[in-house]
Design a protein around this ligand. Structure first.
Ligand code: HXC
Length: 254
């Protein structure tokens, strides 16, 4: 399928989505996000795909929600239409999503990256939440997910000033990203990790993702209960037999 604002391709068992509004630094207009969700859902339903990478350009992962699209919005209209509510659909995707962030990840761009499961940063990546300078606040998880990623004080500084940004190594030190990669190698590196994940047993991968995400939602005792039930449900799959028989596991994804 061809899209207007994104490019999609498959790399082995990995789906690669490239945000493609270079002139607007990949500003996330509403239609772009609809396309991202569509592409993600189609990968989620495709048995040949095990994980997804989302990236942008070398200059910008995404410079935020589209300010020009939003500037005349009013509360009543956006409330009635649940403006940007569809962004959250990507958190229902079962397969792991890696954000490969080169350049600016600002505002909604940073929030998009944080809705992914793993973030890799190119050496010149910049993460920030500048919404306060536009007279608004983060609207797609910045005030919630950033706190959990970098802690309260840094999140407050970033969101309240709008100009305390994180470079790649700061983002790594704080735990927002898990790896910093040379700019030109970033997408390949993310696809490589996604490929490793895609070759694991898919039910195990998806349950592990779901269990980790539970940790943000439920008390410890409930999270531990989910984990144990997921764990028990995975007996009878190929991996332990393969280990005992000293051979490589062949997961069929069923
Ligand atoms: C619409 C944008 C945009 C955005 C950049 N552009 N960011 N258009 N929405 N968020 C457009 C510019 O208008 C310009 O278009 C072109 O992209 C290139 O941008 P420049 O500013 O000329 O580039 P540069 O000087 O290199 O500066 C890069 C930048 C700056 C520092 C990233 O563009 C910037 O500050 N952008 C806004 C960042 C921001 O405030 N993001 C938060 C948005 S609010 P023309 O047509 O002039 O060439 C948000 C809310 C989230 O995200 C809530 C979600 C629910």
């Amino acid at each position: 399928k061809s899209y207007t604002h994104i490019l999609t391709e498959t790399k082995g068992k990995v789906g690669l989505i490239t945000l493609n509004r270079p002139k607007a630094l990949n500003a996330l207009c509403s239609d772009l996000f609809t396309e991202v969700n569509e592409a993600l859902k189609s990968y989620d339903n495709n048995d040949n795909i095990g994980a997804v990478v989302i990236t942008g350009s070398k200059k910008a992962f995404a410079a935020g929600a589209d300010i020009k699209e939003m500037k005349d919005n009013t509360f009543v209209d956006t409330y009635k239409t649940n403006f940007l509510g569809h962004w959250a659909e990507m958190t229902e995707i079962k397969k792991p999503i890696i954000a490969a962030v080169n350049g600016y990840a600002l505002g909604g761009g940073c929030e998009l990256a944080m809705m992914c499961d793993i973030i890799y940063a190119g050496e010149k990546a910049v993460f920030g939440q500048p919404e306060i300078k536009l007279g608004v606040i983060p609207g797609a998880g910045g005030s919630q997910r950033l706190v959990k990623a970098v802690g309260k004080s840094k999140a407050m500084e970033m969101i309240l000033t709008g100009n305390v940004n994180l470079n790649a190594s700061e983002a790594l030190n704080l735990g927002l990203v898990s790896k910093v990669v040379p700019i030109d190698d970033l997408v390949d590196e993310a696809v490589k990790t996604a490929g490793v994940i895609a070759n694991m047993s898919q039910p195990s991968v998806q349950m592990a993702k779901e269990a980790i995400n539970k940790s943000f939602e439920v008390p410890l005792s409930a999270g531990l209960r989910w984990e144990r039930i997921f764990f028990q449900s995975l007996f009878g799959t190929e991996g332990m037999n393969a280990f005992a028989e000293k051979r490589a596991a062949t997961f069929t994804n069923k």
